[in-house]
Design a protein around this ligand. Structure first.
Ligand SMILES: [Zn+2]
Length: 460
């Protein structure tokens, strides 16, 4: 039997398996015996073990943190890893159908986890089974590793590394095609400073939710001893900088300004428009001093880092980008804000921190690094990337290539790991969205792509 024939014969079985998995709401829950991420995640793990056993693999339960199913012989370290996950984020609102119903409509299967990451995991599982059914002899071990805590903290991989040997090389079907071989580094910092009331007095400002979210709306309440003059400044500034804003009188001498932008993710600032940055510029024009002015000076020049003296780029990963995602001012005039930086692989994180730190310090703003993720890169010329690109091209008929992103993927857990699928080019990224789905045709096609990749990288 060929790989193609096997996968074709398993179409319905794959869809049925995915539907069963999606009906398990494997959101992180209360830990219990052998279920460190809650009973639903445990139930999904048991279901996966049963399905893998049915396909002829013996699955190793890594104490409820992860599972591993192997094929072929060889050391764990040299195995080809396929790294996916069984946990899902909560369903959230605005679904047309019940999020765990696995509704099939218009050639798609809808439900939380269909595309992130249960569908791609099932495609990988049947890809391994196809290679086995086709009788392709293997030169190395292939290890399917399924984590149970990808969405909240990655304690699964931390545990795995302590109790098993993680392969050096592999791919993760937990992002997008063709191949993501470069992930910029990420720095998060908490910025703190003081309001200077000798300038504009800001009596209320609470903007944003998370460091990695670009606020689409930002507002502040300011004291306006001279309302006419303040409104004139606001109108001039808004006109000159093409800002859309709204003014409301809160009480005598107090004005609320709301500025509108476009909500987005810090990894893709080019698709968004930071409303907080616009508001900072406006507050500076109104006479804000102290930390607010320092932050306006740092962020208004653009998200390329120029205001922080850290503008840089390299050929492989592109430009550095930054985002101010949150800003709060409390009653005592304490200003706190968050900074998110996505930096190119060739940059030293220490040098970056030193440079932007000194710019902020000079303006009376302190910083504390709250999160640091090293940049990650696997060369495009490597055997791994070339084989994946070729498998993708062969099955889809499209040109394959490797590219860089500003976000992080599960693949970075592997020393030589790349993300490979499963969102197709031109398709919306449905991960964490309402009405998450995967096209049935793509589920089957993905299995074929992964099977070709396994045969190329682990076949004799
Ligand atoms: Zn995922």
């Amino acid at each position: 039997m060929t790989i193609e024939e096997y996968i074709e014969s398993k179409r319905e079985e794959m869809v049925e398996t995915l539907a069963r998995w999606v009906r398990i709401p494997s959101v992180k829950g209360e830990p219990s015996q052998n279920a460190p991420f809650g009973k639903e995640v445990r139930r999904c793990l048991d279901t996966a073990i049963a399905d893998l056993t049915r396909l002829g693999f013996s699955a190793d339960d890594v104490d409820g943190y992860a599972l591993r199913a192997d094929m072929g012989e060889g050391s764990d370290e040299d195995a080809l890893a396929i790294l996916g996950h069984l946990d899902v984020v909560p369903a959230g609102d605005n679904w047309d159908n019940e999020p765990y119903s696995a509704t099939i409509k218009d050639g798609k299967i809808f439900g939380r986890g269909t595309s992130d990451d249960k569908g791609p995991v099932i495609a990988s599982m049947y890809a391994m089974a196809a290679v086995k059914a086709a009788g392709i002899p293997l030169k190395r071990k292939v290890s399917l590793i399924l984590g149970c805590d990808e969405e909240c903290g990655m304690d699964d991989i931390e545990y795995y590394v302590k109790h098993r040997t993680l392969p050096r090389e592999g791919f993760s079907p937990d992002a997008a095609f063709p191949v993501i071989n470069t992930e910029k580094g990420i720095i998060h910092a908490l910025l703190t400073g003081k309001q200077d009331n000798s300038g504009l007095v800001i009596s209320e400002m609470n903007v944003g939710s998370r460091p990695n979210v670009i606020p689409g709306e930002a507002s502040a309440v300011i004291n306006v001893p001279d309302r006419i003059k303040a409104v004139a400044v606001i109108n001039d500034y808004a006109l000159e900088n093409r800002i859309s804003e709204k003014l409301e009188d809160v009480s005598e001498g107090k004005l609320r300004i709301t500025v509108f932008g476009k909500l987005g993710h810090a990894a893709m600032p080019e698709d968004a428009d930071n409303a907080l940055v616009k508001l900072l510029g406006l507050l500076r024009a109104l006479g804000a001093k102290g930390a607010v002015k320092t932050l306006a000076d740092a962020f208004c020049p653009g998200y390329d880092g120029s205001g922080l003296n850290i503008r840089c780029e390299d050929q492989i990963s592109g430009k550095l980008t930054e985002n101010i995602g949150v800003l709060n001012i409390d009653e005592s005039g304490n200003v706190t804000a968050t900074l998110d930086i996505r930096f190119p692989i060739s940059m030293s994180e220490d040098a970056l921190i030193k440079t932007f730190g000194s710019v902020l310090n000079k303006g009376g703003v302190d910083y504390e690094i709250t999160h640091l993720k090293h940049a990650h890169h696997v060369p495009a010329e490597s055997e791994l990337v070339r084989a994946l690109v070729d498998s993708y091209s062969e099955v889809t008929g499209k040109r394959g290539y490797a590219y860089a992103i500003g976000g992080g993927t599960y693949a970075a857990c592997l020393e030589c790991g790349v993300a490979f699928g499963a969102t197709h080019e031109g398709e919306p990224d449905m991960a964490h969205q309402a009405n998450e789905y995967i096209k049935l045709e793509e589920l089957v096609q993905n299995a074929l792509i992964y099977a070709k990749a396994i045969a190329a990288l682990a076949g004799k």
